[in-house]
Design a protein around this ligand. Structure first.
Ligand SMILES: [Zn+2]
Ligand SMILES: [Zn+2]
Ligand SMILES: [Zn+2]
Length: 169
């Protein structure tokens, strides 16, 4: 996929950044919170399901691949992990990002998302130095003009560069 460059001229006129998305950084969810989240999403509560949510909540605004999730868990087979992630995406608990690295990344959704209805209209940032992808507190501009007869079904904004941690070093 092509990366969108915000410094490009076409994004300058009328480009607005609104900050409404709140990311909780490195928040470790309590066991009861995880159970409630699963109950509210009508999902069965299992040890693996709880662990996957825990792993995702721990990384905060950083999106992680299924391999990274797997490493954080005590024991899970890959098929089960994919099924859980798929169920979470369908339920509006987790969103996935194609950041151009070839590996799908996953991050927790905000509470605005619900079953079959994702509202993750924020920009994702890929840092080429530390090789991480984060959910950014920047809303995707809705004023993009598309040529006639192009029906947009989904939009993802991945910006690449150097993240604040690497930049401060
Ligand atoms: Zn979502
Ligand atoms: Zn970085
Ligand atoms: Zn995100």
């Amino acid at each position: 996929m092509a990366f969108l460059d915000f410094n490009h001229e076409r994004f300058k006129p009328g480009f607005e950044i609104t900050s409404t998305f709140v990311v909780t950084n490195n928040y470790r969810m309590k066991d009861t919170e995880i159970t409630n989240l699963l109950h509210n999403a009508n999902l069965r509560v299992t040890k693996s399901r709880k662990e996957v949510l825990q792993a995702l909540s721990e990384t905060g605004d950083q999106a992680i691949s299924s391999n990274e999730i797997e490493q954080k868990l005590s024991e899970i087979d890959r098929i089960t992990l994919y099924r859980i992630l798929k169920a979470y995406e369908d339920a509006g608990l987790v969103h996935s990002i194609a950041d151009g690295t070839g590996k799908k990344k996953y991050a927790m959704c905000s509470s605005n998302c619900s079953e079959g209805d994702h509202q993750d209209n924020h920009v994702h940032f890929y840092c080429r130095v530390c090789d991480t992808t984060s959910c950014l507190n920047v809303v995707i501009p809705t004023n993009l003009k598309f040529p006639t007869n192009y029906l947009v079904e989904e939009q993802q904004f991945v910006v690449s560069g150097i993240c604040k941690d690497c930049h401060n070093q």
